[in-house]
Write a protein that binds this ligand. Structure first.
Ligand code: S3P
Length: 454
């Protein structure tokens, strides 16, 4: 378990060449949304390739608590019978979202405009994360909520009986906030409008359109993104094929680039432009990362990625690129540690409110592995070791954060000395089978129990 269970240390050692084809898990963002919209559409939706990670399973449980009938038919294959927009049932018990910020924020959006009360909680990481960023716009629809200070979980929300349409400009680049407002707009008469200064992942918009909602995006004369949803649509059930998650595939891709002699193929990776900044940045650093076989599946662009061991140079990335690779900075910082020269990542303050403060956790982990790193409120600077090599040898605190755990597991595969991650259990939130998959490609990764047995 990612939360509550005994810690499972993970040891990563220098590995021989990684070879083969890595079939990573389904996209986490798309999986949450498929369950949520399937849970609202009257009739039977089918989902193939669903990520069966803990975060997504929590969303399935939550949608069941609101009345949807959700059944697993086989590996990644799910059937959802929805209740209809406006017909959510009142959950009988507290809804525990575990580690999942996306799950809780999106479902709170739904609940905000249904006449039900619901209480939400999560693990120690989720209970620390700010919820005011969604509660503030949801209160404009008429929802009321009572939580801990700063709107933190646990909190109880009473959805509005007579929701008012809202026009809301998000104060930070956040697809979760945008999506919570759009989902609240579903059961609201009239048009709900969200304005973004920078465009964030648009899976909600794509999937709402696919389920039959009238939704449009236009760029305003000031260069902002304006998304308009017409409320109270009748959603029609769909068959959704979930692309493989580019954020999860970032870990084996990085490993292929860092471990001498490696070449990996990553088939059928989601290549939505709002998610693909990591791959573009790797290529700009000199990595041999080929993007092949462009196609479309389930309304999302999909590609095959071929990554090979490469000599890398440091890079400076602008703040505008941050939303398209917001979850990839920890692994990008690990890649930068092996590059020649300094890398500077600008505009990354949102990382401070992820599963942990990812700027601090990445900086601490890199320092523990002998990498010179500087941390600013909104910037991360990594001084790459280049041909001298990364010493490794440290113990890294995962801080209940799957992406911190996986990033440093990848660092250990190419560092001079083994790296210990204090707890690899959170990896199951987004990438079940990660250790086995990486070992199958040639990685020397071992989960060990606290007494040292494997
Ligand atoms: C997500 C949005 C991002 C991302 C998270 C998934 C989503 O969060 O970090 O892993 O599915 O909408 P923010 O919207 O808070 O940036």
């Amino acid at each position: 378990m990612a939360s509550g269970g005994a810690p499972q240390p993970l040891i990563s050692r220098k590995s021989g060449p990684l070879r083969g084809s890595a079939l990573g898990p389904g996209d986490k963002s798309i999986s949450h949304r498929a369950l949520i919209l399937g849970g609202l559409a009257v009739g039977e939706s089918r989902i193939e390739g669903l990520l069966e990670g803990e975060d997504v399973l929590r969303t399935a449980d939550a949608m069941r608590a609101f009345g949807a009938d959700i059944e697993r038919l086989g590996a990644g294959s799910w059937r959802v019978r929805g209740v209809g927009v406006g017909a959510l049932a009142e959950p009988e018990d507290v809804i525990d979202f575990g580690n999942s910020g996306t799950g809780v924020r999106l479902v709170m959006g739904l609940a905000a405009t249904h006449p039900v009360s619901a209480t939400f909680t999560g693990d120690a990481s989720l209970r620390r994360r700010p919820m005011a960023r969604v509660l503030d716009p949801l209160s404009l629809f008429g929802a009321q909520s009572m939580g801990r200070s700063g709107g933190r979980l646990p909190l109880t929300m009473r959805g509005s009986r007579a929701p008012m349409p809202v026009e809301y400009e998000t104060p930070m680049a956040s697809a979760q906030v945008k999506s919570a407002v759009l989902l609240a707009g579903l059961n609201t008469p009239g048009d709900t409008v969200v304005i973004e200064r920078e465009s964030t992942r648009d899976h909600s918009e794509r999937m709402l359109r696919a389920f039959g909602a009238a939704i449009s995006t236009e760029v305003t004369p000031e260069g902002k993104w304006m998304i308009r949803l017409c409320g109270q649509p009748e959603l029609t059930p769909q068959s959704v094929t979930v692309a493989r998650d580019p954020s999860s595939a970032a870990f084996p891709t990085a490993a292929a680039v860092l471990v001498e002699g490696s070449e990996l193929l990553l088939p059928a990776i989601g290549a939505n432009p709002t998610r693909f900044g990591f791959y573009e940045t790797l290529r700009e650093m000199g990595a041999s990362v080929d993007i092949e076989n462009h196609r479309e599946e389930g309304g999302e662009p999909v590609v095959d990625v071929r990554a090979r061991f490469s000599a890398l140079k440091g890079i400076e990335t602008p703040p505008e690129r941050a939303p398209s690779m917001i979850d990839e900075y920890p692994i990008l910082a690990v890649v930068a540690a092996f590059a020649e020269g300094t890398s500077i990542f600008h505009g990354v303050s949102e990382l401070r409110v992820k599963e942990t403060d990812r700027i601090a956790a990445t900086a601490k982990g890199l320092a523990a592995c002998g990498v010179s790193v500087e941390e600013k409120p909104d910037t991360l600077i990594v001084h790459g070791a280049g041909p001298q090599g990364v010493p490794g040898g440290g113990t890294v605190a995962a801080e209940l954060d799957h992406r911190i755990a996986m990033s440093f597991a990848m660092l250990g595969l190419a560092a001079q000395n083994p790296v210990t991650i204090d707890d690899g259990a959170p990896i199951a939130t987004s990438f079940p089978g990660f250790t086995e998959l990486m070992r199958g490609l040639g990685a020397d990764l071992a989960m060990e129990t606290v007494d040292g047995s494997k």
